[in-house]
Design a protein around this ligand. Structure first.
Ligand code: SME
Length: 168
């Protein structure tokens, strides 16, 4: 059974360094993807209190059986305000992250062309791709009410956290 998360104060690096092994412990021995994604977003939300933390997973699009096979990002475990359910490749920050297969830091969402505003409170954002065997399987999206919330430290540690998650 999981114990309470040990929430620490300190620099951002210190907070991530405390959180990383705890997330590792939560994921250890568990193969259920939804359970693992849910605990990762809960851990990040508890430690940092950001507006929105969640995953989108690459899944089949909502299309008729006869239509061409298409994929899109579909909302997965998250914490925060309700969010848009589906995002197409290349659309918004999440779709751009999927398309480019690289982390995107947005210091001011109003200055990102095509940004999808799920909450009017969001001011800055970081999106990390989940990559396995060269393929993007989903993205981790984090939104903040503060401008310029995310930097290279967040990128470094959030990428490490995403790498810990066993994807089937
Ligand atoms: N802002 C994102 C959409 C997802 S929500 O922020 C939860 C985007 O532009 O892709």
């Amino acid at each position: 059974m999981a114990e309470d998360l040990n929430i620490v104060a300190g620099t951002k690096t210190e907070q991530y360094e405390s959180l990383l092994p705890q997330i590792g412990g939560l994921l250890e021995g568990e193969t259920d993807l939804i359970a693992n994604l849910a605990n990762v977003v809960a851990s990040l939300k508890e430690q940092f209190g950001w507006l929105w933390v969640g995953f989108y997973l690459v899944k089949s699009a909502n299309v008729e059986a006869s239509a061409v096979r298409e994929e899109e990002l579909v909302l997965a475990p998250f914490q925060g305000p309700v969010a848009c359910t589906r995002i197409k490749k290349g659309k918004g920050v999440c779709g751009a992250c999927w398309d480019k297969a690289e982390t995107i830091i947005v210091p001011d969402v109003e200055k990102f062309p095509g940004h999808i505003a799920c909450s009017s409170l969001s001011r800055s954002e970081i999106v990390i791709p989940v990559i396995r065997n060269g393929e993007v399987l989903g993205v981790l999206d984090v939104d903040s009410v503060e401008l310029n919330q995310f930097d290279e430290t967040d990128k470094f540690f959030l990428q490490k956290i995403v790498e810990l998650i066993p994807f089937p």
